[in-house]
Write a protein of this length. Structure first.
Length: 276
């Protein structure tokens, strides 16, 4: 059931509300995320992290789109397997302080393994991206990689958010329990389908297998249905254009205790543009 009510639960004054927006697909996804930032801020959202790996016509992120997201008020950006589809993003990944590559990519791959951004109140938040290894391009071990990154983050940065970009739910659950009590959240991206398993794990880490997609829901993973179906049925290659109907924003919010870095509450939301 879609949460068309834009009201999130009241947030306690001593917690930090972090919103993670799931894979933004194409222009429709970009438009809805940029238009909803203000509403998110009104719902006491202190920090907004966006997975933008599909922003550029469904694959990659352009430099212009990066600037659009930042000027709309997005605090940090993660990507995924489509990270370098627009080569121009490599320079931004190397030079800007609010965008990361998957930490288990090769060390020579452009980008940082984590970034630290701040809420408007000045509370630091570390953002880490990891790629799964099941049904995906071979990458370094995400479990070893995240251990190394966590050691590098200054201890005073208590809030630590993981975007786990992976296919298999078992992979994601394994990472959730591996990091339980050591990070604020482990939230999945990549499948473009929201899962209904949001929870706080026993030691205080917020977890969800997948946040879901920000884009057109009358689609196959954000692309027009007929070309994908045709190629699936005939193996005849087609261009998969980004779909445009039934555009929704999918996000998950996590309220975190800034003293411990552990999660106090989690919830998912799905918003449509007014008039859709
Ligand atoms: Fe994606
Ligand atoms: Fe992906």
């Amino acid at each position: 059931m879609m949460n068309l009510d834009p009201n999130l639960p009241a947030k306690s004054s001593d917690s930090v509300r972090i919103v993670h927006v799931g894979d933004v697909v194409g222009k429709p996804g970009m438009a809805i995320v940029c238009s909803m930032i203000e509403l998110l801020r009104k719902q006491s959202c202190d920090l907004i992290i966006v997975n933008a790996e599909n922003a550029a016509e469904g694959a990659g992120l352009t430099a212009k789109q990066y600037e659009q997201l930042v000027s709309a008020g997005v605090d940090a950006i993660t990507l995924g397997d489509h990270i370098y589809k627009k080569r121009e993003i490599q320079e931004i990944l190397s030079t800007r302080k609010n965008i990361v590559k998957p930490a288990n990519f090769p060390s020579k791959a452009p980008g940082k393994t984590y970034c630290v951004v701040e809420t408007q109140a000045g509370i630091p938040v570390a953002v880490i991206s990891l790629l799964g290894r099941v049904f995906m391009r071979p990458v370094n071990c995400p479990f070893e990689a995240v251990e190394q990154v966590l050691e590098k983050i200054p201890t005073e940065v208590r809030i630590r958010c993981i975007d786990l970009h992976a296919e298999a739910t078992s992979d994601k659950q394994a990472m959730g329990y591996f990091l339980d009590g050591r990070v604020s959240s482990v939230l999945g991206t990549h499948t473009h389908v929201t899962t209904a398993d949001e929870q706080i794990l026993p030691n205080g880490t917020a977890f969800q297998c997948d946040i879901g997609m920000t884009g057109a829901y009358r689609s196959i993973l954000g692309r027009e249905i007929q070309p994908v179906l045709k190629t699936t049925l005939t193996f005849d290659p087609n261009t998969f254009h980004v779909a445009t109907e039934d555009v929704r924003l999918a996000a998950t919010w996590v309220d975190v205790d800034p003293l411990t870095g552990l999660a106090k509450a989690i919830g998912r939301l799905q918003w449509k543009s007014a008039g859709d």
